[in-house]
Design a protein around this ligand. Sequence first.
Ligand SMILES: CC(C)(COP(=O)(O)OP(=O)(O)OC[C@H]1O[C@@H](n2cnc3c(N)ncnc32)[C@H](O)[C@@H]1OP(=O)(O)O)[C@@H](O)C(=O)NCCC(=O)NCCS
Length: 161
Amino acid sequence: MFVPDINFLTLNDLPGILRINAGLSWSWPEEVIRSDLSQDSNSELSYIGAFATNPSMEAPLLGYAVLGREKRLGVLMALLVDKHFQRRGIGSQLLLAVSDCAVYLNMKRLILRVRKSNVAAIALYSAMSFTSERVRQGYYSNGEDAIVMSAKLPLISGVRS
Ligand SMILES: CC(C)(COP(=O)(O)OP(=O)(O)OC[C@H]1O[C@@H](n2cnc3c(N)ncnc32)[C@H](O)[C@@H]1OP(=O)(O)O)[C@@H](O)C(=O)NCCC(=O)NCCS
């Protein structure tokens, strides 16, 4: 397992976010992320990043998550780990940080939507105490179904350390 430094992201981290997003079939446009991260933003989104602890590494941002809210419900808007650093516990550690942040913000549950075909993410979420609530048929632009999953906060990790 890899133990990253976890911290809130700022506009300085935009290049790292864009690097992680590169190669994805879809990601939020740069201008949207830039606006969310700018100091005068009214955005209620929290961007949380996992950084390499070894400063000699060229690409210190290894993954990030975005937490939004709908009243007292937390919404996991994004979770991404650099493809070269996947399967080292970074996604699960980011989720635990999101959980801490959501609890601090007085949220009681965390929900998310995930592509039905995204075996890796569904396995991760299941190991982190999420359960499937329902299916939203044809939710994505290519017609794929979304599975809506939710978990009581704080999250409980069943991932081996
Ligand atoms: C999903 C994602 C964030 C997981 O991040 P990660 O850092 O690799 O996850 P972790 O190393 O913390 O994995 C924890 C557990 O999740 C499950 N898991 C993660 N990736 C898996 C995979 N490819 N296949 C099966 N199970 C997987 C395993 O149970 C794993 O525990 P183990 O390694 O001890 O078996 C990463 O694969 C990713 O960025 N994918 C592309 C973006 C994406 O799909 N995001 C989710 C959108 S809803």
